[in-house]
Design a protein around this ligand. Structure first.
Ligand code: TXA
Ligand code: MG
Length: 334
């Protein structure tokens, strides 16, 4: 921390990685970059350190954490092997998507603290694809439990500054790995008793379905409520700006007052002029840049004291499924 006691994100020099390793070994929290969103990391084998994550985020203790490891070898300290033959086959069909934005729910190792898994018999694991996070995992030699580094229910962070803004007084170090490239969280899948999608994310449902040779629909819950039950963190209201968020295709007229617009493609001049501020997330309609910038723009517009934010919608295929999942939760009011 600086002399003034004010936390700043550290550029990821060897010295900064070493500082982060020492903090983790001492049971402290570290803000870490990944390719999806920034994480709030603790040593997954240290129950007291893991409890600090829940306290810092204001996260309910029944919402389990994702454990990050450097490679397949390092999975052995958190997953119970051997897998059932059918589970192993399903795992083998997707494991080359790692390192990447994919989280797989597997049977847990008994030695893992209950705090990590919220007492479940399974653990969610991920090998992240970010050079700074990989260096940290290898240098520390620890499995790292890390949820997104935001206060519970607020918008996930995609820059180191977002982490400092939201949790700066609660972490020892934030490593700055630059803006996240994927921009939405990892896809979460369960493999037993049959493969299914628990959260849409950076790896598409279509990719997973083709790996398993099944229809996309077979991976989805019959009703949306099922997802909330199975992955306990999937509450309906999440990613929530303070400002009300509405969908452009669901309103007949603009709300009164100062309205911001999140557009997925350029708007024509007359449409543009109806809004106080417009952010265009993609120049050509490609949805990957929309995912990449969505959370940062939601945070930015939420800081402008607008009366409402109006967002575009997109088809729920490819990364569009994750984009619409996050936007619907952001628009929900309990
Ligand atoms: O991209 C990501 O996955 C980011 C980065 C930091 O890796 N992490 C992340 O963590 O999004 P978090 O805590 O925000 O979301 C974790 C989700 C929650 O919805 C939780 O319920 C689910 O994973 N989860 C964790 N363990 C589980 C388990 N054993 N079974 C089912 N769902 C689980
Ligand atoms: Mg989260």
């Amino acid at each position: 921390m600086s002399a003034a006691g004010e936390l700043r994100a550290l550029s990821p020099t060897d010295h900064a990685i070493e500082t982060a390793c020492q903090a983790l070994a001492a049971g402290e929290l570290v803000g870490v970059p990944t390719e999806t969103v920034y994480g709030l990391a603790a040593n997954a084998l240290d129950a007291a350190a893991v409890q600090k994550i829940f306290a810092a985020k204001g996260r309910p203790s029944n919402n389990p954490l994702i454990v990050h490891v450097a490679d397949l070898q390092a999975l052995r300290s958190v997953v119970r092997w051997p897998l059932e033959p059918e589970t192993q086959r399903r795992f083998d069909a997707i494991k080359d998507l790692w390192p990447g934005p994919l989280t797989i729910v597997l049977p847990r190792c008994e030695t893992l603290p209950d705090e990590v898994t919220a007492g479940l018999a399974t653990v969610a694991v991920r090998i992240p694809d970010h050079p700074v996070m990989q260096r940290l995992l290898r240098r520390s030699g620890l499995p790292l439990a890390a949820p997104s580094a935001n206060r519970s229910k607020y918008i996930s962070p995609t820059t180191a500054q977002h982490v400092v803004d939201g949790l700066g007084d609660r972490v020892r170090v934030v490593l700055d790995g630059g803006p996240c490239e994927i921009g939405v969280e990892s896809t979460i899948v369960a493999l037993e008793p049959q493969p299914r999608l628990l959260r849409p994310g950076g790896i598409s449902a279509e990719t997973l379905a083709s790996r398993w040779g099944v229809a996309v629909e077979s991976l989805l819950p019959a009703e949306a409520a099922a997802m909330v039950l199975e992955a306990p963190g999937m509450m309906l209201q999440h990613y929530s700006p303070q400002t009300p968020l509405l969908f452009a295709d669901a309103i007949d007229q603009l709300p009164a007052g100062r309205v911001g617009r999140i557009a997925f493609a350029p708007l024509d001049a007359s449409e543009q002029s109806r809004f106080e501020v417009v952010r265009v997330l993609s120049e050509d309609g490609d949805l990957q840049p929309v995912a990449q910038h969505l959370f940062a723009v939601m945070r930015e517009l939420d800081g402008l004291q607008l009366d409402a934010i109006v967002a575009d919608t997109c088809p729920t295929t490819g990364v569009g499924r994750a984009i619409m999942d996050r936007l619907k939760r952001a628009a929900a009011r309990e």
